[in-house]
Structure formats: structure tokens, C-alpha cells
Write a protein that binds this ligand. Structure first.
Ligand SMILES: *Cc1c(COP(=O)(O)O)cnc(C)c1O
Length: 395
């Protein structure tokens, strides 16, 4: 006789038993489970204490975050790596794990806008003080250090002027004063620069951008040396900075093509930078791969011949020219982010740098006519002709 059918309402509440995996799937599963079954109170206690390996609660860790973190750890040659909900949560993780009241921070005055907010006004509310410095100037950075400075935060390539930080010299400077160097490598990606090799202690990436590469997830990475890691797992879970399994799965897939995407986009960017440098409508162009760039020699040494996909340029005609260019260069989307497959552009004065006064913007070299391109992987002909359409509107 056939088995007695189960009641419909008894089927769903019961957790499924996962069939044993006898063969390896080509693509990893997405582990959406929020919680994992424990065999006994003793085992639960051992798992939660970290005495036995295994997942219990996904805020503490889950397989998709660990698989992605492991790939990133190897890319950066790090001892440890953690994936969290966004680039900003990776920065919060570093701050909350490494700093306490009365500590002091030195931060690059050219950091990503939200990073600057977090590292000045937000940490100020916790009794942590900070000093902004031009970290492309080693003497200015040295002068900003104090005995209580615990952390120096810089970006490998700054936004939007694309200045390059001398990471080996900065690391030396920090270590002589017992401060750690945290490098936000988002504009470079590990395909262009690996700051830990140059002496940095911690590296941050907004995985949202180039590493994931399709503008369809929000994720961050923190990786670094073992000595910096003791409080990281606790802070990640206690402050709830955990990533979503689905996002980690999507990002791991994007990471598979990062090397190809960065190589193609960087080659396109060099071509675009050279094209713009030869145009009368363009006042100046910043790209670390151009010989006339102030940090070109350093970039050559530090990046070894690939200079990334970001190109910034200023049109002579100010805001009106920027607006006319954006409207006419129809095939280049105005997206205030970066690192997508296709070429996109942003207008720093109205987006990333809108909170600065016009004077501060001018001091940094950002005008109303400044545009920032995130060069994509289309054919270089398509990109150049789209730019030509934009420039034609300025005639
Ligand atoms: C986008 C970005 C961040 C923040 O990352 P999110 O993933 O958006 O939180 C930090 N630093 C830089 C340089 C960025 O471009």
C-alpha cells in the first residue's frame, strides 16, 4: 500500500534535508538560510564560541560571503578578508574594529564624499578626532600625524582628479609612527594595484564598482594583515554589517571577468584620454597613464602599465558646456557611479562634490565644466564617436 499522504500544512514548515552533494556543481549554490541546524546544545555552544567550524546564524557568516571573501583575499595576497553589505560598511567595520575614543585619524582631503563624512563628522560623535591632509604630499601627511594617530586613510587613485598616492612611502611613514595605513583601492581594483604588497595594513574595496562590474549589487570588502584582524569578525556581526548571500553570488560571478574587463577598459581609457588631450574644447585631462600627468612616473612604478578605467577632463565652457555635452553625448549615460560594463559619466560639482563650497572645489581643481568618465568595455570607436557627438554640441 502507498504511504499515507502528508497534510499540505505539514510540508512547508519542516526544513528540507539537503541531499548530499556527490558531484561538484559548476556554479556554487546560493545559501539563503538565515540559520543552520545544530545537533545538540553542546555543539551549538562550540559552534558559537568558534571552537568548532560551521555556520549557525548568517549574520555571523555564510558560505556565499566566505567564498567571495576567499577569492578577494587571494587577489590581494591578504592574510584575512571579509565581505560586508557595502563599501561604506567595510569602512565602518575598519573604524569600529580599530579605533576608540580619543584616537586620531589622518584622512586624505580627496576621499570619496561619504567616506570623508564618516571619517570626520560621524567619528567625531564617538570622540575620535581627525585631520584632513593632502596625502599626495608626504611632508603634509607627516605634519598631520600625532602621537595618538592610529589610522591613516587614503585612496589609491583619488576622485575625481585621479591623483596617485605613493603607497610604499605612506606605509613607511605610518609604520614609523605606529599608525596603520588603510587604502581604499576602489578606483584601481586588484587588477591594477595591490596595496598590501606595497606595505598597507588594510585594503578596502567597494565591490559595487569595478570588481563586481555590472552595477547590480551593493557590497564591500575589507582585507588585510592578521595583526589587524582580532576584532573584525565580532564587529561585523555585532554591528550588523553582514552581506546578502544573493549579492555575494552575483559579485563572485562578476569577479570572474574582472581581469578581462579591466584590461579592455584601461586600454580604452588611455585612448580616450589621448583623444581628449588633443581637443580644443578640453581645458585639461587627467589620466595617470598620460605622460603629462603629475604622478605618471609613480603610477608606472606602482601599477606596472595598467592605469585603470577612470578619465577626468574639464571643458572650457563651464557648466553650460558640461550640460550641453551630457545632453548631446546620448550614448554615454549620466550615472553618478563607476565601474559598469558600459561607459558612463558623472559631473562631480553636482554629485560627489556638491557639499564642498565652490571655492573648495576650485582649490581642488574641480570646476563646473569638469566631467568624470568611467570608461567601459565597448569598442574604442563607439566610445570616441559618442564623445565626438558630445563635443560637437559645444561648437
Ligand atoms: C562607491 C565608493 C565607496 C562606497 O562604496 P558603496 O559600495 O557605495 O558603499 C567608497 N569609496 C569609493 C572610492 C567609492 O567609489
Amino acid at each position: 500500500m502507498a504511504q499515507k499522504p502528508e497534510k499540505p500544512e505539514d510540508i512547508c514548515p519542516r526544513p528540507d534535508v539537503v541531499p548530499p552533494q556527490l558531484t561538484q556543481p559548476a556554479s556554487p549554490p546560493i545559501y539563503t538560510a538565515a540559520v543552520y541546524r545544530c545537533e545538540s546544545p553542546d555543539q551549538a555552544a562550540r559552534l558559537l564560541a568558534g571552537e568548532q567550524a560551521g555556520y549557525v546564524y548568517s549574520r555571523d557568516g555564510h558560505p556565499n560571503a566566505d567564498m567571495l571573501a576567499e577569492k578577494c583575499r587571494r587577489l590581494h595576497g591578504a592574510d584575512r578578508a571579509a565581505v560586508c553589505a557595502s563599501g561604506m560598511s567595510a569602512l565602518a567595520l575598519a573604524v569600529l574594529a580599530r579605533l576608540r575614543e580619543h584616537d586620531h585619524l589622518v584622512v586624505s582631503s580627496q576621499l570619496y564624499g561619504r567616506s570623508l563624512e564618516l571619517l570626520t563628522s560621524e567619528v567625531g560623535r564617538l570622540g575620535i578626532t581627525s585631520t584632513m591632509a593632502d596625502t599626495c604630499d608626504l611632508d603634509a601627511t607627516r605634519a598631520a600625524l600625532r602621537p595618538e594617530t592610529r589610522l591613516v586613510v587614503v585612496e589609491t587613485i583619488t576622485n575625481p582628479l585621479l591623483r596617485v598616492s605613493d603607497l610604499a612611502s605612506l606605509a613607511e611613514l605610518c609604520h614609523a609612527r605606529e599608525a596603520a595605513l588603510l587604502v581604499d583601492n576602489t578606483f584601481a581594483s586588484p587588477a591594477v594595484c595591490r596595496p598590501l604588497e606595497l606595505g598597507a595594513d588594510l585594503v578596502l574595496e567597494s565591490l559595487t564598482k569595478i570588481m563586481s562590474g555590472h552595477s547590480d549589487v551593493l557590497l564591500g570588502l575589507l582585507c588585510g594583515r592578521e595583526e589587524c584582524w582580532d576584532r573584525i569578525p565580532l564587529v561585523l556581526s555585532a554591528w550588523g554589517l553582514t552581506s546578502s548571500p544573493f549579492d555575494c553570488w552575483v559579485a563572485a560571478r562578476g569577479l570572474g571577468t574582472m581581469a578581462l574587463r579591466v584590461a579592455k577598459a584601461s586600454a580604452n581609457a588611455l585612448l580616450v584620454a589621448n583623444f581628449l588631450a588633443g581637443r580644443a574644447e578640453v581645458e585639461w585631462v587627467s589620466y595617470p597613464g598620460l605622460r603629462q600627468h603629475p604622478d605618471h612616473e609613480l603610477a608606472l612604478r606602482q601599477f606596472g602599465g595598467t592605469f585603470g578605467s577612470m578619465v577626468t577632463f574639464t571643458l572650457g565652457g563651464g557648466r553650460a558646456a558640461a550640460e550641453a555635452f551630457i545632453a548631446a553625448a546620448e550614448r554615454i549615460g549620466f550615472f553618478p557611479s563607476l565601474g559598469d560594463l558600459s561607459t558612463t559619466l558623472s559631473h562631480p560639482a553636482s554629485t560627489s562634490h556638491r557639499s564642498l563650497s565652490a571655492l573648495d572645489r576650485r582649490r581642488q581643481g574641480i570646476g563646473e565644466g569638469t566631467l568624470r568618465l568611467s570608461v567601459g568595455i565597448e569598442s574604442s570607436e563607439a566610445i570616441v564617436s559618442a564623445i565626438e557627438e558630445g563635443l560637437a554640441a559645444l561648437a
